[in-house]
Design a protein around this ligand. Structure first.
Ligand code: BGC
Length: 820
């Protein structure tokens, strides 16, 4: 849209507001069902279609409004964000966004609910496959490129989940207690970059509380920072069911309540305006923003357009190939193409896990598994499933057959990874291990003395205690529908691995930077502060399995002639990357900056720029990397501002966070002198990454740490799993969780098929997530099926108010938007 057309649209939206009744305004601020906003036909205001994201378009076939995520229209299943980010090639994100947007247009989708740029605080977070990195620069750059790609085609995006949403177990009720500096430098920074650079049309607020206030009613976040500081002009929508107090939400700057259909919310908005508790001007501003969004999408959908599905499949394959990470290799890879003596073990070979479970689930038109790709190539191999892929239970017969086959094999290719039962949106992992059926089998295979190559399909790091005994490890993450083709091309050397990790892999879960307080209770104390991922491990000297930025190639690269120049407020670094091997390849060059002379506690070094260069065998290519001096600023908690300190910095040219190839000095002058804004106790404690829960945390936070515990009292905000401590809580838990367990058991009993897998994935996700919901979050997200009045009645009953409870149960409110 041109600037003039935008101005027209904004004026048009403002004028239209005056023609709406109060009921119509309120209706426009909520969904009419899970995937649509309300329309006002008498004024020609159409309904918008919003759908997930991020790895393709997930358009639910029954658009009548339910949340059945099992039956989707076919669309390309691109690699998940975990694979995409490991490519370190933002151009892939742009092209992928563009392709997804073409599918959106063909399917009539106005806004894609993506991308997710939350920071991977712990590898235990079940949803990490949907996020990019532990590092805000990588997350922000990929998020920006993706938004640009999608929006270049006239389709909107929803940047999510704003903010500090780093776990799933407590996502509906938890409080992320983060110090101001870590919030700014780590958790908000990717959002800031995307908002400033790519201007997403909408932002989706998170479920959780941030600093005690729910994100959906967090004025400081939604209005102060997002709109005030970053200049965001679009619509803020809730995550699905993230509303708590709708009036507080609108007052804080949260425009659209999704999926809506909560009469309680609608009525409270109407009465707040009528009583003067909410200024109608504030409501009107929200309505105008929604109308502006509707106007932008007057003619976005183009169902006749179609798209080139084959080209999109090809792009998915290309990104999967570029994003795979060769973690280790003793020279066994690439394999000879004749496959002589090759034994393949692991059911994921034929039932590749190519995407994660939850709201991002895509139904692709086809899947190319590694088995398909091997067979297409006419590779000779012996195959033993070895273990069942949808369970972690060992299968002794299968395992014995695999071990038998391994004896005498030249190479054993073991296809392993996580299942959807272990890793999904909606719940977190409880450990970092692979399933017992896979680890025990791997150990037995290694015990035969066979040369074992591990090919991994998992959305996040896993512990590999036997890593030293493996010949090679190729990590595909979750590579999308053509991941099998990418896998084969890499294993047989048709393609050269060039992905690098966008997150650190520790050896043990105990070593992870958030270990002191992750998923422990409702209050999540982010005690590690800015020391997230490599920022922690580098300084603490943690021995890692694989460091941030690590990834091998079938060739090798030298870094030569590193140079630096400052041009105004930009720093431009160049280095010549020489391919010293015999294969064409690509190298991800990383630029970190160190400022250890600062009087403020800092990470050992921080990533400030990166680029990927493609270098033919024997040739060299100049890598040019650039960052702004302002990027070196830290967030000063006294001034509440970014402060760039004068002093001597060091610019490191690196192949990974643990592999620095060259270093050059950089002196900054004419800005601020270095001075710690913290009390001495904080300086002393945080000079090094903390271990455990430091006494200085409240001082770092600048306030007392809330003491709330999940005590089992059943309120609107109690997780159902915690409510089981009371009799009534147990009854409610059984009724609600039982009702969603049944469809899972039914799906699980279906005969083997892709359709069954999809149903199992979805029903399992809902069943596993349910215990972590609260009565309030259920009522807000169920589109009227579980009413707020019922939720309130139950909580009143639990609090010993039977008469008031009865009154709530008896309230009959219409749940359909009646203004439309
Ligand atoms: C997820 C969002 C998603 C929405 C709609 C929520 O549960 O957190 O990421 O966009 O559902 O499916």
């Amino acid at each position: 849209m041109t600037a003039a057309a935008r101005a027209d649209s904004v004026r048009g939206a403002a004028a239209l507001v005056g023609e709406l009744t109060l009921d119509e305004k309120v209706a426009l601020l909520e969904g009419v069902d899970s995937w649509h906003t309300n329309a006002v036909p008498r004024l020609g205001i159409r309904s918008l279609t919003l759908t997930d994201g991020p790895h393709g378009v997930r358009l639910v076939r029954d658009t009548a409004g339910g949340f059945d995520v099992a039956d989707n229209v076919h669309s390309t299943a691109f690699p998940t964000s975990a694979t995409l980010a490991s490519s370190w090639e933002p151009e892939h994100a742009r092209r992928m966004g563009e392709a997804i947007a073409r599918e959106c247009r063909a399917l009539g989708v106005d806004v894609l609910l993506a991308p997710g740029v939350n920071i991977k605080r712990s590898p235990l977070c079940g949803r990490n496959f949907e996020y990019f990195s532990e590092d805000p620069l990588v997350s922000g750059v990929f998020g920006s490129a993706f938004v640009r790609g999608v929006q270049s085609q006239g389709v909107g995006t929803a940047l999510k989940h704003f903010a500090a949403n780093s776990n799933e177990d407590f996502r509906f009720v938890g409080d992320s207690v983060v110090d101001e500096r870590a919030l700014r430098e780590i958790y908000l920074r990717a959002f800031e970059r995307v908002v400033r650079e790519a201007k997403p049309e909408t932002v989706m607020c998170a479920y959780n509380r941030v600093g005690g206030t729910f994100a959906s009613e967090n004025r400081e976040l939604l209005t102060g920072i997002l709109r005030g500081e970053w200049g965001f002009e679009g619509v803020v929508m809730t995550d699905w069911g993230a509303t708590r107090d709708r009036v507080a939400g609108v007052a804080a700057g949260c425009d659209l309540d999704m999926p809506g259909q909560v009469p309680h919310n609608r009525e409270s908005l109407v009465s707040a305006v009528q009583s003067g508790r909410l200024d109608e001007v504030v409501l009107d501003a929200s309505v105008a923003r929604v109308l502006d969004l509707v106007a932008r999408h007057r003619d976005a959908a183009d169902p006749g357009a179609g798209y080139d599905a084959a080209a999109h499949g090809e792009l998915a394959r290309e990104i999967a190939t570029d994003g795979a990470v060769l973690l280790a290799n003793d020279g066994t890879l690439p394999l000879a193409a004749d496959g002589a003596g090759l034994v393949v073990v692991g059911e994921l070979f034929e039932r590749m896990r190519f995407q994660g479970a939850g709201s991002s689930l895509i139904s692709p038109p086809e899947i190319v598994t590694p088995k398909d790709a091997f067979d297409r190539r006419g590779i000779a191999y012996r195959y033993e499933p070895g273990y069942p892929s949808m369970s972690s239970q060992p299968d002794p017969d299968r395992a014995a057959a695999a071990v038998e086959a391994a004896r005498g094999a030249s190479t054993v290719l073991f296809f392993g990874g996580l299942t959807d039962l272990e890793e999904s949106e909606g719940f977190d992992r409880t450990h970092l291990r692979l399933g017992e059926n896979q680890t025990s089998l791997l150990e037995s295979l290694l015990d035969t003395g066979a040369r074992v190559v591990l090919v991994l399909f998992a959305g996040a790091p896993v512990e590999l205690p036997f890593a030293d005994r493996l010949a090679a490890v190729l990590d595909m993450y979750l590579p999308g529908m053509h991941g099998g083709e990418a896998t084969a091309a890499l294993l047989f050397g048709e393609a050269n691995p060039s992905g690098k990790l966008a997150e650190s892999w520790t050896r043990r879960v105990e070593d992870t930077s958030a270990h002191a307080d992750f998923d422990r209770d409702v209050i999540a104390r982010y005690v590690e502060s800015i020391y997230v991922g490599y920022r922690y491990y580098d300084k603490a000297g943690t021995e890692l399995a694989y460091p941030f930025g690590h990834g091998l190639s079938y060739t090798s690269f030298d870094y030569r002639d590193a140079a630096l120049r400052v041009d105004g407020d930009r720093v431009i670094a160049t280095v010549r990357i020489v391919n010293t091997g015999e294969r064409d390849g690509a190298e991800v060059v990383q630029l970190y900056v160190r400022n250890n002379a600062s009087s403020v506690f800092k990470a050992d070094k921080e990533l400030r720029a990166f680029t990927k260069v493609r270098v033919p065998a024997g040739a060299s290519t100049a890598a040019v990397l650039e960052f702004g001096l302002a990027d070196l600023a830290y967030w000063d908690v006294e001034r509440h501002a970014w402060v760039l300190e004068d002093g001597d910095y060091e610019v490191l040219f690196a192949a990974s966070a643990a592999d620095v190839r060259a270093s050059l000095p950089l002196t900054v002058t004419g800005h601020a002198s270095s001075r710690s804004p913290y009390p001495a106790e904080v300086d002393a404690t945080y000079a090094m990454p903390p271990v455990g829960i430091p006494d200085a945390f409240p001082a770092l936070l600048g306030r007392a740490v809330p003491a709330e515990r999940a005590d089992g009292r059943l309120t609107l905000e109690t997780r159902l799993i915690d409510a089981r401590r009371s009799f009534l809580g147990r009854v409610i838990y059984r009724a609600i969780v039982g009702s969603v367990e049944k469809p899972y058991r039914e799906a699980d009993a279906l005969p083997d098929s892709l359709e069954r897998d999809t149903r199992v994935k979805n029903t399992h996700f809902v069943w596993r997530m349910m215990p972590f919901s609260s009565l309030r979050s259920l009522a807000m997200s169920s589109g009227g099926r579980f009413s707020y009045d019922t939720a309130e009645g139950l909580s009143l009953l639990a609090a010993g108010h039977p008469i008031r409870a009865l009154r709530a149960f008896r309230r009959k409110r219409v749940s359909r938007g009646d203004a439309a």
